[in-house]
Design a binder for this molecule. Structure first.
Ligand code: RIB
Ligand code: CA
Length: 333
């Protein structure tokens, strides 16, 4: 597990592309808690769990609550490249961050949103970066695909794309064979996967092994900082909604996006294999399915590291430890 003592070298420079989203919010707060390991250059948001307007507002709220109001947040694409936009408000609520009663008050206190589009922020930041940057992709890949289409030369400034999505053994979570971040915009996923970039896929095969259990919630609940308590509320709401509204059993309340941050903090707690990953875009039946060739049977070249195993307790420990880094500022009476 990463501790200050075992951080070697300069922090990894990252841009988080996301659609907050309860699990995105937890991932952002984990990243902001570990500045010696992760240098968050910015947060770009996209239509996904909720509309582009809500996900952008939510990202700004989360950065402010994480005591980093100056992290650049940029609103991105409002719909997928080809498909009509289908959100996941069923799971996250209309705002994308339901269960946070103070959300609308916090949203109204935000400074004016930047006029710069997320795609242009990605292009500008990558173009001017002194070293290649890691893209942490926690949402449909529309922004990333658009940046590669608009300015293909930025590919040379992308160190690695680490993406939460796709499934092989796990099948899917929003269809029998597809995960939300791919099915929402399968054509964008195809563009990114086909781009030749260094791609690591933290698949549902791995994240479905990481469960937000009652014990994990209790441990989070024992942390005293206002940030940790807000994280506890987000996780509690997200669990309850999935169990009460969708009948999820306790062993299905997975923790998806934070696994990507845990991977960046300590890659040794995950395992995977080089693979060819292809996205089904021509069949309504299998739209968004990731076809994963781990054994070179397809004749297609390796284009990704497919992560499908994880030390789940270590990931959960990483989350708790990150939230434990927020110093106590406000202990609820
Ligand atoms: O399938 C899980 C993914 O879709 C997560 O990134 C979640 O936030 C949603 O975007
Ligand atoms: Ca997400």
């Amino acid at each position: 597990m990463l501790t200050t003592s075992n951080v070697s070298g300069p922090p990894e420079r990252i841009i988080i592309d996301c659609d907050p989203g309860h699990d995105d919010a937890i991932a952002i707060l984990m990243a902001l808690a570990m500045p010696e390991a992760l240098d968050v250059l910015g947060v770009t948001t996209v239509a996904g769990n909720a509309s582009a307007g809500f996900t952008s507002e939510n990202a700004s709220i989360i950065c402010a609550l994480g005591r980093r109001p100056n992290v650049p947040v940029r609103r991105g694409c409002s719909r997928p490249l080809v498909r009509r936009f289908v959100d996941a408000t069923a799971f996250h609520g209309e705002s994308g961050l339901d269960g946070l009663p103070e959300r609308s008050a916090l949203a109204s206190s935000l400074p004016a949103e930047s006029a710069q589009h997320a795609v242009d922020f990605l292009i500008q930041t990558l173009t001017t970066a002194s070293e290649p940057v890691t893209l942490v992709c926690l949402a449909p890949l529309t922004n990333i695909a658009m940046a590669l289409i608009k300015a293909p030369e930025v590919a040379g400034k992308i160190k690695e794309v680490v993406f939460m999505g796709g499934a092989r053994r796990a099948g899917g979570n929003v269809s029998p064979c597809a995960t939300f971040n791919v099915l929402c915009d399968p054509h964008a996923a195809h563009v990114v996967i086909d781009s030749g970039l260094s791609l690591t896929v933290i698949s549902l095969d791995a994240t479905s092994q990481v469960i937000i259990s009652e014990q994990v919630l209790e441990e989070m609940g024992r942390l005293k900082s206002d940030v940790a308590r807000m994280g506890h509320r987000l996780l509690t709401y997200f669990n309850r909604r999935r169990m009460d509204v969708y009948g999820y059993s306790a062993d299905k309340t997975t923790l998806n996006d934070p696994c990507v941050i845990a991977y960046l903090l300590d890659r040794t707690v995950f395992r995977g294999k080089p693979a060819n990953v292809a996205v089904s875009i021509d069949s309504e039946l299998t739209l968004g399915m990731t076809v994963v060739d781990l054994d070179r049977r397809s004749g297609r070249n390796v284009n990704a590291l497919w992560i499908d195993e994880v030390d789940a307790p270590a990931v959960l420990r990483s989350m708790i430890d990150a939230f434990g880094r927020y110093e106590v500022r406000a202990i609820d009476t």
